[in-house]
Design a protein around this ligand. Structure first.
Ligand code: ADP
Ligand code: TRP
Length: 334
């Protein structure tokens, strides 16, 4: 039965969720919570690689939690927890660390990227990030992991560590997790507004679910384009393609078709295109923003959700951890 298959995903509390997170990850969470046994968590331990200030950490976790709920993740259907509330994950990560090799960790693209971006803070947590992520996933024996395209390599590492543990100990303890999109398509990559490939929290090119309409209009109107097509049916530059990719997420297909036709005929006015895009984004985000505010004002409810989530998360994680400790050969004298 499908219901028994386990789904897990996490997001780091490093900033407000943006359209990339929503369309790349959360929208998949929403459909999966209907049919699968889902765990969705907030990766606060992972976020420590960038040394958040203690006075900011809790507010960031709270924001992502409110955003998860506002998007429609339902604590009645899915288990929602905060990573540091389930310490079994951290213990498991230490065991997996013993089977992770320096060379393969150093070759990970995300490690190389981050090391380049923060050369003065290339900490061991950054290096072993994929090990902790593998632990997050395999401790619940998750089969499917809905994430965006940028996480493919980390997921490959999780499969590697699951397989390696099984091979070393000659067991079939762990399931190899796979990526997943509810429509069966490829994981999505939502582009940024600056012509770059990916919308990201730290790239300064994101539209957040929590942005006010005014802010969204301003960001979209400032999106990079070019001077417009000069030949009929010419190829679109990357920047304009990106605007159309965003439109495909939020706009009516008929409207998109009209803009595509006017581009082909060199009649397009980017100002109109951007106005339309901004309003269509606002239609999606406005109700979400209102709900985020409601959840932010309800600490009691957030407390209940995370307490139940922590209990369910720990129950599942400790079951695997007990098995793992037995397999490793730990025995007590007492
Ligand atoms: P960011 O890259 O902005 O820091 P995270 O790394 O916390 O965001 O990503 C959380 C989830 O959102 C992951 O599953 C990731 O794959 C997905 N995601 C982030 N940005 C995008 C994007 N531009 N397109 C598609 N998915 C994305
Ligand atoms: N690495 C993911 C990201 O940056 C967040 C994450 C941590 C995660 N642990 C996970 C995602 C486990 C899926 C499963 O977006």
């Amino acid at each position: 039965m499908k219901k028994k298959d386990i789904v897990l995903s996490g997001i780091r509390p490093t900033g407000n969720l943006h359209l990339g997170n929503y369309y790349g990850a959360i929208r998949n969470f929403l459909s999966m919570q209907e049919d699968y046994n889902c765990f969705f968590f907030i990766a606060d331990v992972h976020s420590l690689t960038t040394h958040p200030k203690p006075e900011n950490l809790h507010a960031r976790v709270k924001q992502v939690l409110a955003e998860y709920l506002a998007c429609g993740i339902d604590p009645e259907k899915a288990t929602i927890y905060i990573q540091s509330d389930v310490p079994e994950v951290l213990e498991m990560a230490i065991y997996l660390n013993m089977n992770a090799y320096l060379g393969e960790l150093e070759r990970t693209t995300t490690f190389k990227d981050k090391a380049r971006k923060q050369p003065n803070n290339v900490n061991a947590g950054l290096l072993t990030y994929p090990v902790l992520m593998a632990s997050d996933i395999i401790i619940h024996k998750a089969k499917y992991v809905p994430v965006g395209k940028d996480q493919e390599q980390n997921l490959e590492m999780a499969r590697k560590y699951a397989r390696r543990f099984n091979n070393i100990y000659g067991v079939d303890e762990f399931v190899e997790p796979q990526d997943f999109t509810f429509d069966g398509g490829e994981p999505l990559k939502v582009p940024g507004l600056d012509g770059s490939g990916k919308m990201g929290k730290s790239e300064g090119n994101a539209i957040n679910l929590f942005d006010e309409p005014k802010e969204i209009r301003k960001k979209v109107m400032h999106a990079v384009t070019d001077s417009g097509p000069s030949k009929m049916n010419s190829e679109m530059p990357e920047t304009v393609k990106n605007l159309f990719s965003l439109m495909k997420l939020v706009s009516d297909p008929e409207v998109i078709k009209q803009f595509e036709e006017s581009y082909a005929k060199c009649e397009i006015r980017y100002g109109d295109l951007k106005k339309q895009l901004a309003e269509d984004i606002i239609d999606v985000t406005k109700p979400i923003r209102a709900r985020i505010n409601e959840y932010l004002a309800d600490d009691n409810y957030l407390g209940r959700v995370t307490k139940i989530g922590a209990e369910k998360g720990r129950e599942s994680a400790s079951k695997t951890l007990d098995e793992v400790k037995k397999i490793i050969g730990f025995k007590r004298f007492y």
